[in-house]
Ligand binder design. Structure first.
Ligand code: ATP
Ligand code: MG
Length: 557
């Protein structure tokens, strides 16, 4: 392991200790076990970075295993998107497995449990099961079926498999302890009868193993050394260990729990994300406002920034909620280095340069990155009619307004100083055009007489710019904890989370933006050419992130 590897979190400390004592014969084997019932989100990214990161740093292996034990909610669409997302995040699995690959083995282990008198077929119905389970303060009651003979259990279990009974008629239960303080140990279900088409095994099975049972055995079958999962499984660990101990399996992975990633202004549960998609509150799983990997990718978040974020939030056992601003900081820092600059005017207003020769066009040389000359320069056309941002002009501005106002002078980036001489208004008194003069001596954007201006504006030439669809994205919810206190999270959607600009104009060089390409639009933020909808000559840009955290500012005002 290299000296510069990730900082030692508590899981890495456990692994170090295991390697020292030779616990797993120097092997480190992890897995990422998604259930294919939705798209991956940023919380999964944390688990992916952790599991694949550990395998990488310890020269171990990390499997991708689909925990596909609940056919009702699972689908190949999810199986495919999950693989795509992990690869996009920059990770490679050692092996691709499905828990359903092990269904026969898992079934055989269940027969073994029956033979060991550690499992029985129970005929209580759902209501009775609930009643017999007891509560946190009261012990449960033994099922009347608990003492069935091995022969009878085997016979019933085989007939369950053969499809002789209707759904819900029987379950196979572990025989542990109905008085355990841990409800997970009160004879938990291992198998249920469920006639559902499985995306992988089709109609081969009408009984399916329960998650906890299948999960422990799948880890064991794959020779996983460290089975890393989130905190809600802490109370399931005794069951995980019980299964492997009773079956005396050749290997016994160590389950280690860490706290889930939560982000403010975000819902992360797959159930809620599915609801947003199905009820069309968003355009799909990859809507740029979704916290899914696909949404973030489409919005323009680089994989490297997401990995950096996961590293920075760290791994602990304490539940916490991370500010989404921290993720945005990672994105900004990443894009600042690599995104070439461009000029786009989001809400244009015309500036007519009265003393600029009619019909003249100049090519102004503009650096592609102010701090990185290696990124070169590009030519931007300049002419008599320029477009600037509406908000960069005020007819009678206050002193602190360092942009254009009547009688004021500003710099047009890399071009000239211009001075406002007048305005044209429409019938309602709205300024529709700005009149100005330019100073030919200031070519390139500086004055030979040392005259200073306070503001530098971005601009495009009206005749040499192109219309583009630009979408401004913002937080999807306006409450930091959507759904908290019983509020319907759908009532907390930020109506401004998507603003489509009808008149935005971009400099010509941006028309050929490759799908997915990142830019910093000067003074506006980082944007990314939408990889689905950008067509040659017709870019659609998504705002990835603003240049500064405007939400932090609003809070502090
Ligand atoms: P959800 O509760 O959103 O439906 P899940 O936990 O059911 O998610 P799985 O497909 O079972 O989703 O998750 C695969 C792995 O990712 C699991 O090991 C799980 O613990 C981990 N994981 C899921 N959500 C988070 C999160 N918010 N933070 C960290 N790890 C997570
Ligand atoms: Mg889960």
């Amino acid at each position: 392991m290299s000296e510069t590897a990730a900082p030692k979190n508590f899981i890495r400390q456990i692994i170090d200790e295991d390697l020292k004592t030779g616990k797993n014969g120097n092997k480190v084997a992890t897995r990422f076990p998604p259930e294919p019932n939705g798209y991956l989100h940023i919380g999964h990214a944390k688990s992916i970075c952790l599991n694949f990161g550990i395998a990488k740093d310890y020269s171990g292996t990390c499997n991708l295993r689909f925990d596909d034990t609940n056919p009702v909610k699972e689908d190949v669409e999810y199986v495919e998107s999950i693989q795509e997302d992990i690869q996009w995040l920059g990770f490679k699995w050692a092996n691709l497995y499905f828990a359903s690959d092990y269904f026969e083995k898992i079934y055989q282990f269940a027969e073994q449990l029956i033979k060991l008198e550690k499992a029985y077929v129970c005929g209580l119905n759902a209501d009775q099961l609930r009643e017999y389970r007891g509560t946190l303060t009261e012990p449960g009651k033994n099922s009347p079926d608990r003492n069935r003979s091995v022969e009878e259990n085997l016979d019933l279990f085989r007939r369950m498999r053969a499809g002789e009974f209707p759904d819900g008629k029987y379950i196979l239960r572990a025989k542990i302890d109905m008085a355990s303080a841990n409800l997970n140990l009160r004879d938990p279900a291992l198998y249920r009868i469920r006639r559902a088409h499985h995306h992988k095994t089709g109609d081969t099975w009408c009984i399916y193993p329960m998650y906890d049972y299948a999960h422990a055995l799948s880890d064991m079958i794959e020779g996983i050394t460290h089975s890393i999962c989130t905190l809600e499984f802490e109370d399931h660990r005794p069951l995980y260990d019980w299964i492997l101990e009773v079956l005396k399996t050749p290997c016994h992975p160590q389950q280690i729990e860490f706290s889930r990633l939560n982000l403010d202004y975000t819902v992360m549960s797959k159930r809620k994300l599915l609801q947003l998609v199905q009820e069309k509150h968003v355009s799909g799983w990859d809507d740029p406002r979704m916290p899914t990997i696909q949404g973030m990718r489409r919005r323009g978040y680089p994989a490297e920034a997401i990995r950096d974020f996961c590293e920075r939030v760290g791994v602990t056992k304490k539940d916490s909620c991370i500010e989404i601003g921290m993720l945005e900081t990672c994105v900004r820092e990443n894009l600042d280095k690599k995104a070439p600059r461009g000029m786009a005017v989001l809400r244009p207003i015309r500036v007519v340069l009265e003393n600029y020769p009619e019909g003249q066009v100049e090519e102004v040389e503009v650096p592609n990155h102010p701090q990185n000359p290696e990124m070169g320069t590009r030519k931007v056309q300049f002419s008599k009619v320029i477009l600037i941002e509406e908000e960069d002009f005020m007819e009678n501005p206050p002193n602190k307004f360092f942009r254009l106002g009547l009688g004021r002078e500003v710099r047009l980036r890399s071009a000239y100083y211009i001075k406002c001489t007048g305005v044209k208004k429409d019938a309602d008194g709205r300024v529709v055009e700005i009149l100005a003069t330019y100073d030919p001596a200031t070519k390139g954007g500086s004055s030979p007489d040392g005259r200073k201006v306070k503001g530098t504006l971005h601009w495009v030439s009206e005749a040499h710019s192109v219309k583009a669809q630009i979408r401004l994205y913002d937080r999807f919810f306006n409450d930091p904890n959507p759904g908290a206190g019983g509020t319907d999270f759908l009532t907390q959607v930020n109506p401004q989370s998507l603003v489509i600009l009808p008149d935005a104009r971009i400099e010509k060089s941006l028309t050929e933006a490759a799908p997915g390409a990142h830019y910093q639009f000067e003074r506006q933020g980082y944007f990314c050419a939408d990889y689905k909808e950008t067509k040659p000559g017709h870019p659609v840009f998504n705002r990835t992130v603003t240049l500064r955290d405007s939400w932090a500012k609003e809070k502090s005002v």
